[in-house]
Structure formats: C-alpha cells, structure tokens
Design a protein. Structure first.
Length: 561
C-alpha cells in the first residue's frame, strides 16, 4: 500500500446515488444550513472578525470538507473551539496574520493526512482533550459577559483575569434591556429541544429577539439594545480570492499558532467523524479527512474566512435529519450561500445580547463539566494533573501553551508508566521448568543455579528506566559472582536507550570480573543486538536461546575461573 491515502467519500457515495437518497440529503442540507447560520455569525463575531466572515467560512470550508473529506456525513465550518486562538492571533498579528496562520494550518493538516498520521491524532490523551475543551468553554463564556449584559465598557481586556476584574468594576454599567434579551435567548434555546428537536433553538431565539428589539425600539423608545449593525458594516458581496504577502519572519512567528489550529482542527474533526461513525454504522477515512480539512483551511482564508473544522453538533443535526452522503454537506453550503447573497442585510438587526446568549449555550455544551468532574474524582493523580494543568493554562494563558505543555506532561507521564511496566527480578536457588516457556523440549526437571552464578529476569520492554533498575538491583548483591545471566525471554523489544543501558551494564560487570550471559533473547531483539555488535561485546557463545543452555554455559565459565 502506498503512502498517499486520499479517497474522498463523495466519490464512492455518488456511484450508487439515487433520487431517494438525494431527497433525504436535500432536506438534511437545508435544515443544517439554517442551523449553521446563527452559529456562523456568532462564531465570526466572537473570533474578532465581521459576521459575514463567519458565514463565508461556513460556505467555503463547509463545501470543501464535504467534497474532499473522508466522512460521509461530516459538516464543517467555524466552531467554538477556534474562538480563543483566532481572537488571540488577530489581537497580536491582525487579520493578515490570521490568514497566514490558517493557510499554514491547512498545509500542516494536508501533511498529517499524506503522512498517514490520521490514526495517531486519535491517541492524544483524553485528559488533554477534556482540559482544553473545558478551558475553551470557560473562556468563551467569559468573553460574552459584556454583550450578554449590555455592559458599557471603554476597554474589554483580552487577559482572562483582567477581563473579570474589569467586569466587576463595571458592574454598575449593565443595561437592563440587553440583559433581558440575553437571558431570554438562553431560555429559548434551552427550552426549544423539549418542544421540537428539529427546529434549531438558536434560530428561534434570533428571530424572536430581533423582532422584540425592533418593536421595543419602534414603540417603547428603547435604543440601548446594541445590534450587529451598530457595531459592524454588513457586506453581502462575495469577496475575491487574495493571498497575503508572506515573509519568513512572519511564518516563523506564526508557526506555533498555526500548529495549534492544525492540531485542534484535526482532533475536533476526527472526534466528530468517529461519533458520526457510531451513529450511522460507517467508518471514515482519517487520512482523507485530514487532507480534506487541510484543503478547506487553504481555501477559507483566501476568500476572507477563518479556520474551520468538523462540527459535532451540525454533523449530528445532519444525521438526525436524514443526511447520509457528503451531498448533504454541499447542500448546506449552497443554502448558506443563498442566505448570504439575499438575506445578509437583515443580520444587522440581530441584537448582540442574543448572539451572546447563543454562545453561552454553546460554551455550556462544550464545557463537558460532568466528564471533567468525573475524571477529577476517579482518575489517577497523574491524569488529574494533566487535566487541571491544561484547563488552567487554556484560560489563563492561551491554547497554544496549554496544548504544548499538556502534551509534554502527558508524554513524560506516559514514559514513566511505560518504564514502570518493566519488572526486573532476581531468581534464587532453582528455576521451575514446568513454568518456563523457553526450555528445551522434554526437559521438565527444575534447574539448580550453580554457585557463583546470579540469574536476573527482565519482564517487559527494555528502554528508559529499565536498564537503570537492572543495574541498581545487580549492585545490591555481593560481587562474589563470576557469571550473571540476564534472562530476556519476556523482552518484546529494545530501543536505543535500552541498548545503551545494557551495554553500560555489561561493561560494569566486566570491570568487576563478572561475565554476562544473555538468555532467551527473541529473534527481533537478537537482530537488534547483532546490528549493534553485542556478539563481540559478550561473545557469541554467551547469547543463549534457552535458560538451561545459559546455565550450562555459566557452569563452564565458573569451572575455568
């Protein structure tokens, strides 16, 4: 099999496509498009860009993800997970910096898919995923307090702690009407699923609150409710393609944020695709999905969009309404395009407090507080440490630092756990051959360990930590031994660190006048030892396939001493 694994699901889906399937995809696509509209606007504004950029992202990236992705039902677009990182990049590097970072993230995603690393992304530790997802949710919630309460502030700090200090200081500048609109929006969104699961609560809230705000302004003289039009100039014309000028200094400066976008996009899209697989009984192609996500994140910024990935909520909406092929995702993008071209000017009347309410509900859904608390109570302390550290770093600093530090901690803890799985023990007096797997055929008698011979057994992979423990154990015993047998029958592999430790151990033994005999080395490990000249180091006769041969060899060595 080649290294390039790119098989878009839409190709296989269209081979046996029929009218019935198209009808189902059409209905699902229309509904998902309507559901995606308020979310795209809200995510765009919360990310620090104009509302139309959120919709452009949903149109362009949504189309590309469905056309080139590896999942039948994945719906792509802007998501809440990107709000924090996108807002931070814009504050530091501006819109042009965001465009460059998104393009770079697209390239990284394509490389991940081309190098067939789609399955590896799935192995990012769960505490890291829960930690930064919960952290993002808290951060999103904190960014929406100002608009939710209509708070009048001269400056809204970007730092999490400073932001809440500013909120407390300006608690007396809350607008009552905006607060009512924001809280009512949250209530409507929360109650809508109890009435109908097919009608998006966010759309109902936006329609009701927009009409209410207009009526209050027209007939009650309430002008304090800020709307999208008060803050942004709405543009419903499609932007032309444009690629920003890139310099090597800019690329180096944005490498970290771009990698964060890529990793976050990869995790979220593959999680979404995996969840969808369980519902529809299908299997997505992880590598193709990453390549599709990469193409989407190359196309989106060229047309003025922001980063995009697979969206679990919209994907589940697609499935629940009958969507079964990528055509539904294409229809969803077309529906958004039509809304953008013909209805976008109406978005200027949407209250900002209402959009804040939409994002508060999104943040609550993202928080996964039940999973967070369960993990914090029941998991090992090492996992809880990674969870809490990632969570705190996400809200106090930023997502890039949180993911980097979280991964480093998780890797270190993994290394420690793997090292602990390798056991080194000493065998005294005799070996029960009825329990042995590496004995010679027919030899069932217990083997007595001769005088001046020590037997040590390594059980598990021989890498970091294992060699040090073996060395410590051997130095605990007296130096009157003439031969040390190291049994390696349960060593499945040995890495470069293990090779170095084993070589060092052999040199120490030889300096003490003790001969080392290796026993039960499996063929793979023996091949590695041979390539690293261990036969010359210990002698070919001192690498034995069975413990009885090793004991016989040890006896002959002792006899000649």
């Amino acid at each position: 099999m080649g290294t390039f694994d790119f098989q878009p699901k839409i190709v296989s889906a269209l081979k046996h496509y029929d009218r019935k399937t198209f009808t189902a995809d059409l209905m699902a696509g229309v509904i998902v498009g309507i559901v995606a509209l308020p979310l795209a606007i809200a995510f765009g504004i919360a990310s620090g860009v104009s509302p139309e950029k959120g919709i452009i992202t949903a149109i362009v990236a949504g189309f590309m993800i469905s056309a080139f992705g590896g999942s039948k039902v994945q719906i792509g677009g802007p998501t809440g997970a990107f709000i924090v990182i996108v807002y931070g990049i814009i504050q530091q590097y501006g819109i042009e910096g965001l465009t460059i970072a998104t393009l770079m993230a697209g390239v990284f995603l394509i490389l991940l898919g081309v190098l067939r690393l789609g399955t590896i992304i799935k192995y990012i530790p769960y505490p890291i995923i829960v930690g930064f997802t919960s952290g993002i949710a808290v951060t999103i919630f904190s960014t929406q307090i100002k608009d939710l309460l209509g708070m009048q502030m001269d400056h809204n700090p970007g730092d999490f702690i400073e932001k809440w200090i500013a909120y407390v200081r300006n608690i007396g500048h809350i607008d009552l009407w905006s607060t009512i609109v924001g809280i009512a929006s949250v209530v409507i969104i929360s109650l809508t699923p109890k009435i109908s699961k097919k009608i998006p609560g966010s759309l109902i809230a936006i329609i009701v609150m927009t009409v209410a705000a207009l009526l209050l302004k027209q007939y009650a003289g309430v002008t304090s409710i800020e709307t999208i039009g008060d803050r942004f100039s709405i543009n419903s014309t499609l932007p032309g393609a444009a690629v920003p000028e890139m310099t090597w200094e800019t690329i180096k400066g944005l490498a970290g944020p771009a990698m964060t976008i890529a990793i976050l996009g990869a995790i979220e899209s593959l999680l979404s695709a995996t969840v969808a697989d369980g519902v529809i009984g299908d299997h997505h192609n992880s590598n193709t999905e990453l390549i599709g996500q990469g193409i989407a994140n190359l196309a989106s910024p060229i047309f003025g969009g922001i980063p995009a990935t697979g969206a679990i909520a919209r994907t589940m909406t697609n499935i629940n309404n009958g969507g079964r092929t990528p055509v539904a995702g294409v229809v969803h993008a077309v529906v958004l395009l039509l809304i953008f071209l013909f209805l976008m000017p109406l978005a200027q009347y949407i209250p900002m407090a209402c959009l804040a309410g939409v994002l508060v509900v999104v943040a609550y859904g993202m928080s996964g507080w039940r999973s967070f608390l369960t993990m914090a109570r029941k998991n090992p302390k090492s996992d809880v440490t990674v969870l809490v550290l990632t969570f705190l770093l996400t809200i106090i600093f930023d997502l890039t630092i949180a993911i980097e530090v979280g991964l480093i901690c998780a890797c270190l803890l993994f290394m420690r756990r793997m090292a602990e799985t390798t056991d080194v023990r000493v065998i005294n007096e005799e070996i029960n051959m009825s329990e042995e797997a590496d004995m010679q055929a027919g030899n069932l008698e217990n083997l007595t360990i001769p005088d001046k011979v020590e037997v040590y057994e390594i059980n598990g992979p021989y890498f970091f930590g294992a060699g040090n423990r073996a060395e410590e154990m051997m130095t605990r015993f007296g130096r009157d031994a003439k031969v040390r047998i190291i049994r390696m029958r349960k060593v499945p592999f040995i890495d470069s660190t293990g090779l170095h430790n084993l070589e060092n151990l052999i040199h120490i033994c030889q300096s003490q006048g003790i001969q080392v005999v290796l026993s039960g080395v499996n063929p793979k490990v023996e091949a590695v030892l041979a390539r690293n000249n261990f036969e010359q180091l210990v002698g070919r006769d001192n690498i034995c396939s069975h413990i009885d041969l090793a004991l016989a060899r040890a006896s002959s060595i002792v006899a000649t001493c």
